[in-house]
Design a protein around this ligand. Structure first.
Ligand code: GLP
Length: 245
């Protein structure tokens, strides 16, 4: 696990963007695994800027996202499909048909999970971008999720619902379930970049990097992946080091 501690969010975004840019420049047909949440927004901003400047093109790139709320249609402002469209897909030259987000409104959700796992087999990712939940979740794999699990319907933890309530009018409006890529699917990516900022992530970051590899902290499995870069700001990294004075 390579750990980079950046001075602030802009530097963190630049460092993580650098990894993604290198992948796309070396393979214009790369498959990118993408994430939602506030953490990747700075990376998406840099992707949009350099694409507009003609420095990086996503014309042949394919994308697969980690997760989606169950019951929110793609046009719902808090759906992850909408988040991706407005924060990234509309701002780069990726072809809409090459972007994939699980369908949280599928009539048959079990079939949708199967379809998504088959898609992941067909589109092996060159790099997977991740954030981390305050409780150590990755995608919506909450503590206790099986390390060998595939895409499935998950119940969101109370703490996740509370953390994500800031995007909704009230906590009651946050969906209670999501469709999430499993940990097995995340680990299948050739390369992984995880970004975390802020002191509220410090304990989860410590457990991920320094704690035991345990399903109690889903992100700890990343210690077993051969190519992970963790990019943190100083607050998120604050529990990684012993203080000598
Ligand atoms: C959500 C997403 C995760 C994300 C996490 C942290 O629950 N499913 O993929 O990593 O939130 O979000 P943020 O970056 O906003 O703190």
């Amino acid at each position: 696990m390579k750990i980079i501690v950046a001075k602030n969010y802009d530097e963190l975004s630049e460092a993580a963007y650098g990894v993604i840019k290198e992948v796309v420049l070396s393979n214009p047909q790369a498959v990118l695994g993408l994430a939602t949440g506030s953490s990747p927004l700075g990376i998406y901003k840099r992707m949009a800027e350099e694409c507009t400047e003609g420095k990086v093109s996503y014309k042949e790139v394919k994308t697969v996202n980690l997760d989606e709320y169950v019951g929110l249609p793609p046009t719902h402002p808090q759906s992850y499909r909408w988040f991706m469209k407005t924060n990234l897909f509309d701002k780069i030259d990726v072809l809409p048909e090459n972007t994939h987000v699980p369908n949280g409104c599928a009539a048959d959700l079990a079939a949708e999970c199967k379809r998504y796992d088959e898609l992941l087999e067909k589109l092996p990712r060159n790099v997977q971008l991740l954030g981390i939940g305050n409780n150590g979740h990755i995608a919506f794999n909450e503590p206790g999720s099986p390390f060998d699990g595939g895409t499935r319907i998950v119940e969101l933890d109370k703490s996740t619902i509370a953390a994500n309530a800031r995007f909704f009018e009230s906590e009651d409006e946050v969906p209670k379930k999501a469709i999430s890529m499993g940990i097995k699917g995340i680990m299948a990516s050739e390369k992984i970049v995880l970004v975390a900022s802020g002191s509220n992530k410090a304990e989860a970051v410590r457990a991920m990097c320094k704690g035991p590899v345990t399903e109690a902290c889903p992100a700890s499995i990343l210690q077993n992946h051969p190519d992970v870069t963790v990019v943190l700001d100083e607050e998120a990294a604050s529990k990684l080091y012993f203080k000598l004075w």
